[in-house]
Design a protein around this ligand. Sequence first.
Ligand code: MG
Ligand code: MG
Length: 259
Amino acid sequence: MQKFRGVFLKNDNEIAIMREANRLGVSILEAMCAEVKPGVATMRFEEVAQDMCRSYGVRPAFEGYYGFPFALCCSVNEQVVHGFPSATRILEEGDIVSFDFGVVYEGFFSDSARTVGVGEVSDEARLLMRVTEESLMKGIAEARPGNTLNDVSAAIEQHARAHKLAIIRRFVGHGVGRSLHEKPEIPNFVPAVSNPLPLKAGMVLAIEPMLALGTHEVNILADNWTAVTKDGKYAAHFEHSIAITPQGPEILSLPDKAA
Ligand code: MG
Ligand code: MG
């Protein structure tokens, strides 16, 4: 595979495989979202993920990754990312739940995430989810040849700041392909040492802002995975895998409109 400054470039065939990987991954994500309601244990979503992977003949991307014990990252309320599905965590009205999920299909990884409300949620929770998704879309819009990686980070940062939301700094987006995490890292803010990497057609990136209502600081729970906000306030997470084409970004992980 061709490389540009350490970043793998995918050809049209490889992007076509990743398009299919993401189509399958997102249809599983959609099935989980359809089951979100008060009274459901979050382990239910793990079952959906496992069952659908089996029926599609694909492997869950995260299970066993550095020892992660589930197919699905399921993070409720103050949990930012890498939460465990649980038979005893029962969703309640007003919660928000983030699903982060991917599959491996013909050797390539899909990766996308979204946060949804459980029943009626507060205005500020709704704003948090809306602005996090908008900041993702603003970042994606900058992912085109002629721009740099900094343009993506800056667009996300500006939108989050305009709404006075905290940007989780500890976790970043990434290149994706034959590995779940490839170069480059994609911070959701412009770091002190910024990355003016020119964006090229053939790069496939997983862009994934995580925003919070209070502090940007996180703790990791005793399970060694679950990241929670230090102040216990809600966090949201949206992620798409995108391919940079000569014409601009193509979102690979949009829901399948054909069905
Ligand atoms: Mg992800
Ligand atoms: Mg990711």
